[in-house]
Design a protein around this ligand. Structure first.
Ligand code: F6R
Length: 609
């Protein structure tokens, strides 16, 4: 949520900052801006809307500076406008800063500063930081003024600050919002995440909460806000830039849907031992004995990752016999969860930076739980703060609507179920059956993707409808949620996900010929009951799209349209059933002419609570 990028080195900063902003644009696209400081050619530009608007505004202007900061905004305080865009400046225009997060006490601070004569230009919380630095800087040097400012600010921040009069440095600070420092040869690129850094250098330092870095082109110093020096290790990224490109697809979302045979393969490769019927999850090795004694699991997550958690609940309870609760991370802290040292709290998060999920994990740790992460972004805060965990290895997910991260989360939940199940009562034969079937999943996903044209046709037929009901039972109940979420976030239509059995307790009242239902109806242990639900909709004149198992001819007699998926183990059907729903949402969204990679009002990584 909000993307920050900064550069200091020998090259012209502005093209590097623009390129970085484009890579970070998925974090917010309400407005963008850039400030360059080199003493003589100071430059500040802002534009409402996409980074492309900023690029157009910069046009052919010669911007020579080699030090700069830039920002792409997801609005929290103040509507998208030039004034509210970052970078923000002090009264003199000497200090410029970009901020991601929320300064909670900005109202008091603003009042105090206004009483001292400071003139504010924006409605944002962020601007107070620039004026506070200016105020402190009257009595002390720039670096100390930044530290004193950070002590006064309550809330979350990823901050990058430059000073026209000291153009040899960028100061960055982190508290609750991610900040990564890319260390190059005689240059640094700082950013909210590595996607803006990887093109320049694979060497990064992850700043932790409460840390500040003073970065010059030939060296950096890291300290706490109390000015105590810190020694931080440099990590080498193993990201491949290729994987963060569209590779010929019109949208990242479509590319990422089509990545899934490979991303599921990457999630499971080398992590299964067929002969022993076991999963081999290196990241859980250190807590293996603790896992053996776990008596309860709580999964905390948000959005799509929450839906993965719900599928995990069915898997773990059925195959490992451990009670599982799945909780919206944003609610977890407001309950009184019953936790002890035999409770494992698992955070599922693509970005590893979701503020609610992070807060839930911190709360769980505080209460003495074993904390685990299922995270895609290597080195992200949740990955670093959990006791142990498993990386998805899905590669960068740029499309705002999560697709490949979801199927890789499900794959890891299968492996986790194997680990926990085999530590308990799961037989060798069951373990081996799951492994054999899981290995087939990438090929089976590919066979669904090969039918994309049929799904596109169905999307065209239904793209004018304004309401949809998504229904599923047992393992596919969470897939109904996920299908509904996908279509609402990128097609802006109203869609509700429901448990098929709940439909007759209320939502059926909505059904008429203008309110189609999407049924998850694979041949599984609840198939007959699902068919009854379909008949009830049919009897009320509702249209039906069914996701069914290949070879099921009967279903075509009830449903108006059928999308077939291959047969697999019941616990693995969500990995297949979700794929046509992702494609359906994609094709409905594109048929309506929307930018599906950047749906309105959304941002990829939700780093505010
Ligand atoms: C939906 C979507 C969001 C995220 C949610 C959690 O397509 O992308 O609902 O799933 O914001 O994000 P992570 O997984 O990064 O914690």
């Amino acid at each position: 949520m909000c993307g920050i990028v900064g550069y200091i080195g020998k090259q012209k900063a502005s093209p590097i900052l623009l390129e970085g902003l484009k890579r970070l644009e998925y974090r917010g696209y309400d407005s963008a801006g850039m400030a360059i400081a080199d003493g003589e050619n100071n430059f500040l530009v802002k534009a409402v809307g996409r980074v492309a608007n900023l690029e157009n505004k910069i046009g052919e202007k010669k911007i020579l500076g080699t030090v700069g900061i830039a920002h792409t905004r997801w609005a929290t305080h103040g509507k998208p406008s030039d004034q509210n865009s970052h970078p923000h400046q002090d009264c003199t225009g000497k200090i410029s800063l970009v901020h991601n997060g929320i300064i909670e006490n900005y109202r008091e601070l603003k009042k105090e500063l206004q009483a001292k004569g400071h003139k504010f230009k924006s409605e944002t919380d962020s601007e107070v930081a620039a004026h506070l630095i200016e105020e402190f800087n009257k009595k002390m040097n720039f670096e100390t003024a930044v530290l004193e400012t950070l002590k006064k600010i309550k809330g979350t921040y990823g901050l990058a600050i430059i000073n026209r009069e000291e153009p040899d440095k960028i100061i960055v600070a982190r508290n609750g919002s991610p900040l990564v420092i890319g260390v190059g040869a005689g240059e640094y690129v700082i950013a909210s995440d590595v996607s803006a850094i990887i093109r320049h250098t694979p060497q990064v330092i992850y700043l932790d909460d409460g840390e500040v870095a003073v970065i010059k082109k030939d060296g950096h110093q890291i300290k706490t806000i109390n000015n105590e020096a810190k020694n931080k290790k440099i990590t080498k990224l193993d990201w491949d830039l290729e994987r963060a490109e569209k590779q010929g697809y019109p949208h990242f979302m479509l590319k990422e849907i089509f990545d899934q045979p490979a991303s599921v393969e990457d999630a499971i490769r080398g992590r299964m031992l067929l002969a022993e019927g076991l999963a081999k999850l290196g990241g859980l090795q250190t807590v293996s004995e603790k896992l053996r004694k776990i008596e309860k699991i709580i999964i905390v997550s948000c959005g799509t990752s929450y839906h993965a958690g719900l599928v995990g609940e069915y898997m773990i309870e059925e195959y490992a016999g451990i009670p599982v609760e799945v909780e919206y991370a944003s609610e977890f802290r407001y309950r009184k969860p019953i936790i002890n040292s035999r409770t494992a709290v698992i955070a599922i998060s693509q970005s590893g930076e979701t503020a609610d999920t992070l807060a839930a994990i911190r709360e769980a740790k505080e209460k003495g739980a074993l904390t685990l992460g299922i995270v895609n972004v290597v080195g992200s805060t949740i990955a670093r703060e959990t006791d142990a965990g498993v990386y998805n290895h899905a590669g960068p997910e740029i499309g705002v609507a999560s697709t490949k991260a979801f199927t890789s989360q499900l794959s890891i939940l299968v492996l986790l179920t194997l680990t926990l199940g085999r530590q308990r009562d799961m037989s060798l034969v069951t373990g081996q059956r799951i492994i054999k079937e899981l290995r087939r999943i990438p090929k089976l996903i590919q066979s669904i993707l090969d039918e994309k044209d049929q799904i596109k046709k169905i999307a065209k037929k239904y793209h004018g409808y304004e309401d949809f009901l998504y229904l599923g039972r047992k393992y596919n109940f969470p897939i109904a949620f996920e299908g509904a979420l996908k279509i609402k976030e990128i097609s802006y239509v109203h869609a509700e996900g429901y448990a098929t059995g709940e439909m007759k307790h209320g939502p059926i009242a909505l059904i008429d010929k203008n309110f189609p239902s999407v049924f998850l109806a694979p041949k599984d242990s609840v198939y007959e009951k699902t068919i009854s639900g379909m008949q009830e909709i049919k009897a009320r004149g509702g249209k039906i799209i069914a996701i069914a198992t290949k070879g099921d001819k009967e279903i075509a007699k009830i449903a108006d349209d059928v999308i077939y998926i291959p047969k697999t183990l019941e616990m693995l059907t969500p990995l297949l059933a979700v794929v046509p729903l992702q494609l359906l949402a994609y094709y409905v969204g594109t048929a309506k002419g929307f930018d599906v990679d950047k749906p309105r009002n959304l941002a990829k990584s939700v780093t505010v609570e």
